[in-house]
Write a protein that binds this ligand. Sequence first.
Ligand code: AMP
Length: 212
Amino acid sequence: MVLLGPPGCGKGTQAKILIETYGIPQIATGDILREALSQKNPLGLEAQTYMDKGLLVPDHLVIKIIEGRLQKGDCAGGFILDGFPRTLGQAEALETTLAAMNQQIEHVLSIEVEEGELIRRLTGRRICRKCGESYHLIFNPPRQEGQCDSCRGELYQRDDDKEETIKKRLNVYQAQTAPLISFYQKKGAVRSISGAGSIDAIKQKIERALSS
Ligand code: AMP
């Protein structure tokens, strides 16, 4: 399954719900790149220069990550791609990789949210440094300010969730990623879902879309 949609539309949140329901892994290129960066490995350091500016990391780097990740045993029964593909080049590389594995994309969900709401969501987002749990200062605040409810880790704001970088990321989404919706529409695989409303309301819309 591929989850498409602009930064802040709720892809990651819904992916975490879907992996519980289906028992398949979430593959989030953004998380993999941030993890590489926290370990200061060469991939992370190369990616950082792009991520900090709100730009996409070059295709060859993310395609390599995905090719390696899809070979792991836990992907044999399916997987949820969150934040990949983000360019036509990535979508085409994914087709080739999956064909070689005798697999194919079964569902593409496009989650749509208007820009003002995306900015509100992203500027208020806070992430746990320890376990990666996501919070929102207004819509989903932690019980204790600055501290994760689950593991008491410190909450931080991603550098690319600052307002100036967010606008850049949204422009990049429109220019480079939104065209993927028509790429997958031509294959008859896309279902569009409004990402407005509560996490639970969106979850129910996704469940209905997947069972229809
Ligand atoms: P995300 O956590 O999905 O919002 O991604 C954070 C940042 O990681 C993006 O703004 C990009 O710089 C980089 N990134 C994540 N996934 C990709 C991808 N598929 N292609 C290129 N860059 C990516």
